[in-house]
Each structure stands twice: as C-alpha cells, then as structure tokens.
Design a protein around this ligand. Structure first.
Ligand code: AKB
Length: 342
C-alpha cells in the first residue's frame, strides 16, 4: 500500500489522458499515478502508472477503494461523454458528466479532509459551454470572454457549464452554513478547451473531430468527407500546448488566480483553411464536404474564437504553436511518421 502523495486521473485512456500521463511521469516520477477508466490503458501509458483501475466513476466502491489506498492530492478528472456522443444519450451523458464529476469532487473533499491539505482538482471544460444564438452574432462576437454567451445548446455543454459551477462551489463556498469547521478542501482549476488536435491519437464522439479526422485520414490514405461547411470556424489547439496549459495552471500560486474557469486559445482556422494545409502536405488526399446539418448546428453555436487574456495574465498561458507551426512543425511531421509504412 502506498501512502505517498499521489495523482488520480479519470478518463485516462482518452486523448488528453494519453498526453498527460506521459508528461506527468517525466516531470514528477516519484508521485505515483493511479488511473480510473472504463477502458484499459494503452500499453505505452499502462507502463507509466502505479495502478490502472478498470471501472466507472459512477461506482462509489471503486472510489472508496482508491481513497483508502492512496493519499491523492492531485485529481485530473478527464472522464466525460463528448458533445456528439452525448446528444444520442442525453440522460446517460448527464449521469457520467455531472454525477461523475460530483463523485470526484466529493472524493477530493474527503481526501483533503483525511490528509489535511487541499486537493488540486483539474477539470477540462470546453468551448461547448458557450451558445451563440446565430451565425450573424457569432460573426460579430469575435473573441468571446468566459462570462459571455453562457447558453449552451448541447447536453455536453450544459453539463460542462454546470460542473464549472459545482467546482467553484466546492472550492469557495463548500458547506457555507454548516456548524462544523471543516472547510472546502478542493482547489478547483478549470480550462475551457478549444478543439484539440493530437498527432498521437484520433478523437471519438466530439463535434470538433472534423479537424483531427481530416488530417489522420489524409495521412493514412483514407478518403474523408468533412461534416461541416468550409467556412466553419472555431478555435483549435495542438495537444502539447493543451498539456502545457494544464501544467501552467496547476503550478500557478492560488493567489494569482482571479477566476476558477479560464478560456484558452491558440489559432482559429476555418475548415477550408485546414483542408488547404492538409492537402498541401498530402496532395493525393481525397477530401470532400458532406454537411451533417445537426452537427453543423452544434459547431455554429460555438464561438469563432475566444478571449484568453485572463489565462495569459494570471498564469502565463503562451501556446507554442500557431496555425502554421502546429501543422508544419508538429502535426504533419509526427503524423507522417506515425502512418509511414502502414
Ligand atoms: C467535442 O467536440 O465535444 C470536444 C470539445 C470541443 O469539447 N472536442
């Protein structure tokens, strides 16, 4: 049994988990990593963690077992059903995304009470927390601030927005009327991510997936029909910058943080601009457009770009990759290598 300060990562077999485990195991090799996921970890991640628990964040017995066995002082709660997937099973999405998050916040509070220190809790929110009412307003809104247009149209977006509030509650107002003196022990920190693009993994179940799907399909020689109009624009970020942002936010002194929830951005290309760079790198790629009106409606409700000045000022958000360098220096070379010989 280990009582060393440990990290718990839920949803660890997903895209962010894959990149986070690799970075955490190098930056802090003495801190054991415990993961909780319905799916087994890929072998390259599994060898970097102390224990990979297979199971659900909705299973209290599993969380109690981890609570008893480890002294967790960092939680990265990544498990979620993404936006497209959630629209097919909204009640299940609510269970996983909201009840699951509540379970993890309770877990963190109990851990903090048992070892007496605040538990740093990272929560990935999303541009899906926004809801722009029309394309005209989206066009006029430009870079949207955190507190504007918080009227999401999807179950996933509504879940993310509510969980941002739950985190703020656990962090700042927990049991404010209770007579006992036990204060909130959760140090909740949240980033609203744009669409993420990784060279290592292909996402599933999201609505920003058209960008990563386009490039992975081109590199692996598969035809691809993009499900949004060429003029569709939302913010994106390369995965290494997303993980870098998580590290910067988690390392920032609490006193520097003026908010619990931060927008971050890097670049905001249209689908046509993405197709052009992908085509330049893979001239034989067969790319077309077949608009899925329903998924298009979701992406149209997301902002064309975000104002991330609070993240830049408070904890030094500074993405390394812009649009040209994300594709030219990271995605295209790594993806070419990945599919070489396939
Ligand atoms: C999704 O498309 O659901 C996610 C997101 C933008 O949060 N990638």
């Amino acid at each position: 049994m280990s009582r060393k300060p440990s990290v718990l990562i839920t949803g660890a077999s997903g895209e962010i988990g894959h990149a986070l485990i690799s970075r955490l195991s190098h930056s802090d090799p003495d801190r054991p990593i415990v993961t909780l996921d319905l799916n087994p970890l890929p072998p390259e991640s599994a060898k970097l963690v102390k224990q990979a628990v297979n199971g659900s964040i909705l299973d209290p017995a599993l969380l109690d077992g981890i609570l008893a066995q480890y002294e967790v002082d960092h939680v990265y709660h990544l498990a979620a059903l993404l936006s497209t997937r959630s629209e097919f099973s909204p009640a299940l999405a609510h269970k996983v995304n909201v009840e699951g998050t509540l379970n993890l916040l309770e877990f963190a509070q109990k851990q903090g009470e048992s070892h007496g220190r605040p538990v740093a809790f990272f929560y990935p929110s999303s541009i899906a927390a926004f809801g722009l009412p029309s394309l005209d307003i989206k066009g006029q809104a430009g870079q949207v601030k955190e507190d504007d247009y918080n009227v999401p149209t999807t179950m996933y977006g509504a879940n993310k927005l509510y969980c941002e509030h739950l985190g703020r509650y656990y962090s700042r107002h927990y049991k404010q009327l209770a007579v006992e003196t036990m204060s909130g022990k959760v140090d909740f920190r949240c980033i609203r991510f744009p669409g993420l693009i990784s060279a290592e993994t292909v996402p599933s179940g999201g609505t920003s997936d058209y960008a990563p799907e386009m490039i992975h399909a081109a590199a692996s020689g598969q035809p691809y029909a993009c499900f949004v109009r060429p003029d569709t624009r939302i913010p994106f970020m390369a995965m290494p910058d997303a993980v870098d942002a998580i590290f910067r936010l988690m390392d920032a002194p609490r006193a520097r943080l003026s908010r619990t929830v931060y927008n971050i951005g890097a670049f905001a290309p249209s689908a046509a601009e993405i197709a052009t760079v992908v085509h330049a790198a893979f001239p034989k790629a067969e790319m077309s457009t077949k608009v899925d009106e329903k998924r298009q409606g979701i992406v149209d409700s997301w902002p064309a770009d975000v104002d991330d000045s609070a993240a830049r000022n408070d904890w030094g958000h500074a993405p390394q990759y812009g649009f040209a360098s994300a594709f030219g220096e990271y995605l295209i070379p790594s993806i070419k290598k990945r599919y070489a010989g396939a």
